[in-house]
Design a protein around this ligand. Structure first.
Ligand SMILES: [Zn+2]
Length: 137
């Protein structure tokens, strides 16, 4: 199913083509990173000016409005909006640290978690009222 990812602040589509495009920075280095739209796929394409080392904690911003994409749920996560072709909308939270594999797709009904580091966030309450566990796909 086609997933549209969008900025929670300005609503701009962040995957106009195949990849999700995010502005990222760490310690003064900045660049645009390309991410797979596929849940659980952690391939990242980085430009030469922003070489990524495992453990790097990145600041993500919307490339359109420049607003921070920090997650409201946890300081170690960033957050995007997503919309499926069937109309379902939700938020995706993902680890800001390069090499940390933890992603959460949150809709009104459920939380789906991906990545071998997702358990580190099992205490997080994305709804503000209890987290529903669903098996990984
Ligand atoms: Zn934006």
């Amino acid at each position: 199913m086609k997933r549209i990812y969008f900025c929670p602040t300005c609503g701009a589509t962040l995957n106009p083509n195949v990849k999700i495009i995010l502005a990222a920075s760490r310690e003064g280095a900045r660049g645009l990173l390309l991410f797979s739209p596929q849940p659980g796929n952690y391939e990242v394409i980085a430009p030469d000016e922003l070489p990524l080392r495992p453990g790097d904690r990145l600041d993500f911003r919307c490339p359109v409005c420049g607003k921070s994409l920090d997650s409201r749920a946890n300081e170690n996560l960033a957050e995007l909006g997503f919309r499926l072709s069937n109309g379902t909308e939700g938020r995706v939270h993902f680890a800001r640290r390069y090499g940390e594999h933890a992603t959460f797709y949150i809709t009104k009904e459920e939380v789906r978690s991906y990545g071998e580091n997702a358990d580190a966030y099992s205490n997080l309450n994305f709804f503000g009222a209890g987290t529903v566990e669903t098996p990984q796909e």
